[in-house]
Ligand binder design. Sequence first.
Ligand SMILES: O=C(O)CCC(=O)C(=O)O
Ligand SMILES: [Mn+2]
Length: 209
Amino acid sequence: MDLCNQTDLFSTGEIRKTTFDLPGAEVTLFENFFTVNESNRLYNSLLKNTIWEQDAMTIYGKRVNLPRLTAWYGDTAKTVSYANNNRKISPWNTDLIEIKERIEKEVNIKFTRCLLNYYRDGKDSVDWHQDYEESQRENTVIGSVTFGATRPFQLKHATRNDLKRISIPLVHGSLLLMQGATQENWKHKIPKTTKQIQPRINLTFRWIK
Ligand SMILES: O=C(O)CCC(=O)C(=O)O
Ligand SMILES: [Mn+2]
């Protein structure tokens, strides 16, 4: 499937870098980080080859399915605690290694984990949250890659309501880097939409011991 035919939008093939001026955060967007051809290939391959799971969380004592499918990949066969579930980590595959190594050229870190999210339609979403455990949010890096439909990525300050929220459209083939104190100070979400939209795959590369 061809997800995006906007070849003339970035016809030079150049990466477009945007830095956001948010107090206590370092957020940078790279559009066209992957070319349209690479993005179409990786979307189709990840969709087919990822071991997608329906995870659940407990809210007021009730088990509730997450509104998206997820998968954990990474360096080890250890389990991680995420949304109250102990999930197995699958070993990196060639697609993930290709993506990971491209991001690692931009940041001085070797990622150990990747969480993949599959948003099947506009009803799938992720609510306000901060990445990493609270005690481990200082000076972190998240490399977030999008393939498929564009969804708005919203950011709001965790404690200050005098600061405006921002919304960053994450397009096919984009990389969003969140670094420094971003996870300590800001929350993020992907809202639901009633619009008819195509599916979207998001990958967040993380450094977790
Ligand atoms: O889908 C996205 O862009 C964000 C996903 C996310 O925030 C997460 O998995 O922690
Ligand atoms: Mn997140």
